[in-house]
Design a protein. Structure first.
Ligand code: AHN
Ligand code: ZN
Length: 335
């Protein structure tokens, strides 16, 4: 038997594995060039939603990643090891952070750095911790239980791990920092008439005052929060529009070009307190929040927000694909 066929298959298989993605054509108008447009071709790897989904499953399998628990420590170790498969430059920033109720949270911001030598950088972030109390559960008996946090926590991390994997296979050619914030979701429960706005986002408050590189800056930042529920709607959230309207429009333009207008709504909504607030305020990096939020819905956030039903059954690969492909395209087009 002629054995050149298996070799040819092997070779084409290699190209398939190594070079899946597409060349997209972007028209850019350069300021000061008399409106002349240039078309540039940029390679964007394919975002694998199955992979992102499995990264969420892995996190959820640890149990709720509530600070000061064994599940939290084990997941931190797994996140660090995962990043180390994709880049040699991984930083785990540990800090004891004081919660609104005085509890000291053994917190870890987990950071992956790509192309540390390149000055032109972008920031991608999400929180990885789980809320200790399902205080919005319809059943009062569940409100002291922790949240499985598949969507509110797991989804943004799953998407960013897949983006990290793609960047390890195809160098984006610019600096990228992925920061997974800890202790975002330990905010004051509503029944305590929570008005303590700074009780949320403790990890991002710490990192934005103590970045992993002194004097750290980036051209822009994108925060991913609750990007996995089926039927998600990402609106133009007020804090993002206040600090980073140009970035928001650029991301929404890309999403619409890719056909995701059902997810990325051209609708302005109210201001949220989330990790991007502190990145904007303390580091002055224009940072948007891609978040499943619409104040005209009953809950504002997705249906199972801060309930014990925020589990894998609600995670949609289509939604992960929409969010992940959009962010990956924006990053590669930033070169
Ligand atoms: C408030 O509810 C004040 N902010 C939303 C931040 C958040 C909670 N993101 C995920 N969980
Ligand atoms: Zn939350």
């Amino acid at each position: 038997m002629n054995n050149s066929k298996p070799i040819a298959l092997l070779i084409s298989g290699f190209f398939l594995i190594a070079f899946t993605g597409c060349w997209d054509q972007t028209k850019t108008t350069k300021p000061g060039e008399n409106q002349s447009t240039e078309t540039k071709s940029v390679f964007v790897p394919e975002f694998n939603a199955d992979s992102a989904y499995s990264y969420i499953e892995r996190q959820v399998a640890f149990g709720p990643r509530v600070p000061n628990t064994a599940a939290h420590k084990a997941c931190a170790a797994w996140l660090e090891a995962s990043f180390k498969r994709f880049t040699p430059h991984v930083v785990v920033q540990r800090a004891n952070l004081r919660a609104f109720d005085g509890t000291m949270l053994d917190s870890r911001n987990i950071i992956a750095v790509f192309n540390p030598e390149i000055q032109s950088r972008v920031l991608l972030c999400a929180h990885w911790d789980s809320r200790p109390w399902a205080d919005h559960d319809p059943d009062p008996a569940n409100r002291k239980k922790p949240v499985p946090a598949a969507n509110d926590g797991g989804s943004g991390v799953g998407v960013l791990l897949e983006i990290a994997r793609q960047m390890s296979l195809h160098n984006p050619g610019l600096g990228v920092d992925i920061v997974l914030f800890d202790s975002e979701d330990y905010g004051e429960p509503q029944e305590m008439q929570g008005t303590n706005e700074d009780s949320w986002g403790l990890g991002s408050q710490y990192w934005s005052k103590n970045p992993h590189v002194p004097g750290y800056t980036a051209r822009y930042g994108i925060l991913l929060d609750m990007v996995g529920a089926s039927g998600a709607t990402f609106t133009m959230e007020g804090t993002s529009m206040h600090f980073a309207p140009d970035i928001m429009r650029r991301v929404w333009d890309v999403a619409h070009r890719l056909g995701y207008e059902e997810y990325f709504l051209t609708k302005k909504t109210g201001n949220l307190i989330d990790d991007h607030v502190y990145v904007n305020q303390n580091l002055r990096i224009p940072t948007i929040d891609i978040i499943d939020y619409d104040q005209d819905r009953e809950k504002g956030f997705f249906d199972y927000w801060h309930t014990i039903q925020d589990d894998m059954s609600n995670i949609s690969k289509e939604t992960l694909h929409a969010a992940g492909r959009t962010v990956l395209t924006v990053v590669y087009e930033s070169k």
